[in-house]
Write a protein that binds this ligand. Structure first.
Ligand SMILES: *Cc1c(COP(=O)(O)O)cnc(C)c1O
Length: 392
């Protein structure tokens, strides 16, 4: 076999996003042992930096070994015990995945549903809790990557307190790209992934638990059904006093996450959030001018993932294939009921730049001109340029 040489790609799909060269360099740092005091220092740094992006003082703030789904599974398998009732918001692929995991943990899933592309209002959650009787937790996806919908979390923590239930939030496509305020919003369990808005390769899942959630985990009636993801055991590895071996930490990934979080810190969260907002607004303006329409309503669109419906006369899969083959640009297609109907364009972390937005619009226009569905060449770029020059 020959050397593997990866092609140059512009990563504008639903993840992974582009990775900064400093993060790639950090990954080639020589290995040290996972119990080496120097490595324990790296873990401490990660905990400090993660608390800042999660906006929390939770002592239990760690990186789970595995991708975002490992974070999801860790959140559920530790909190939910057989027979527990759980309210799950289902408005896309990831709410559905959460319900499946809860069922596998023996939980009783109370589904609340809205059409894909829409989100849950606090009143809706309150009335579900009013009717359901006691529930262990409410589970919501803040950034539904399958639809581009932004679920507001602000007021839902208060509702959960009133009904004495935990709030579990999936922040996989939001953390590092838009506000995630764990303490202020009253989130008890929040998890994410490295390869979306944190712009690090996939492989770790940031996770934070409030003291309330931690005491629920520590007072389970039965041991956690997963040994690998058992947070009561993993806590002893992350706790500064014990540092007991549980499983080998992914050393190189840990180096990478530390560097990625340092980059987040250098930019500053407010600047980072406005960059994501501006670039997504410009892309939406450009795509709208070309005849695509955003799926979620105007006030519920993610700044990190743009989801647009593709007009029926455009062969969406062929255009995506051409973007990849001729321009080296990756964007995502639709999942489940949205397959063949939408594009999902990630503008996450390092991938969220003005240059990338203009490059993508230019490539789409060129394909549209050749195939005859762009009638006014330049309309998309003009609309984006208008946004960048301060227009609304
Ligand atoms: C990507 C994603 C996940 C799963 O993460 P993996 O890293 O693919 O395991 C979970 N939730 C949401 C909202 C996601 O976008």
């Amino acid at each position: 076999m020959q050397d593997f040489l990866a092609p140059r790609r512009l990563l504008l799909g639903p993840g992974p996003s582009a990775v900064h060269p400093r993060v790639l360099r950090a990954m080639s740092t020589p290995l040290i042992g996972h119990l080496d005091p120097i490595f324990l220092g790296v873990m401490n740094d990660i905990q400090t930096l993660l608390r800042r992006v999660f906006a929390t003082t939770n002592p239990f703030t760690i990186a789970v070994s595995g991708t975002g789904s490992a974070g999801m599974e860790a959140a559920i398998v530790n909190v939910i015990e057989p027979g527990d009732s759980v309210v799950v918001g289902i408005n896309g692929v990831f709410g559905t995945r959460l319900a499946t995991i809860i069922e596998r943990c023996g939980g009783n899933v109370i589904r609340i549903e809205v059409p894909w592309g829409q989100v849950f209002e606090p009143d809706f959650i309150a009335s579900a809790l009013e009717q359901s009787g006691p529930v262990k937790a409410v589970v919501l996806v803040q950034a539904e990557t399958s639809t581009g919908a932004w679920q507001p979390i602000e007021h839902i923590g208060t509702v959960c307190r009133q009904y004495n239930t935990l709030l579990i939030v999936d922040a996989v496509t939001s953390l590092g790209g838009m506000p995630v305020e764990v303490d202020r919003w009253g989130i008890d369990v929040c998890y994410s992934a490295t390869q979306k808005c944190l712009s690090c390769p996939p492989g770790l899942a940031p996770l934070t638990l409030s003291d309330r959630a931690l005491s629920v985990v520590k007072t389970r009636r039965s041991p956690c059904r997963s040994w690998y993801l058992d947070l009561s055991l993993i806590a002893d590895y992350w706790a500064e006093q014990s540092r007991a071996y549980h499983h080998t930490a992914p050393i190189s990934m840990t180096y990478a996450l530390r560097e990625a979080l340092r980059l987040v810190e250098e930019e500053g969260l407010p600047a980072r959030f406005s960059r994501h907002q501006l670039n997504s607004r410009a892309l939406i303006a450009g795509l709208t001018a070309l005849g695509f329409s955003p799926l979620p309503p105007a006030d519920r669109r993610l700044p990190t993932l743009v989801c647009v419906t593709v007009p029926a006369h455009i062969d969406e899969a062929a255009v995506r294939a051409e973007l990849l083959r001729r321009f080296g640009i990756e964007i995502g297609g639709g999942l489940g009921p949205l397959k063949g109907k939408v594009w999902r364009i990630g503008l996450m972390g390092e991938s969220s730049t003005e240059a990338n937005v203009l490059t993508l619009l230019n490539a789409i226009e060129e394909i549209g001109i050749r195939s005859g569905w762009v009638s006014t060449p330049g309309a998309g770029l003009q609309a984006a340029a208008h946004t960048y020059s301060g227009g609304r």
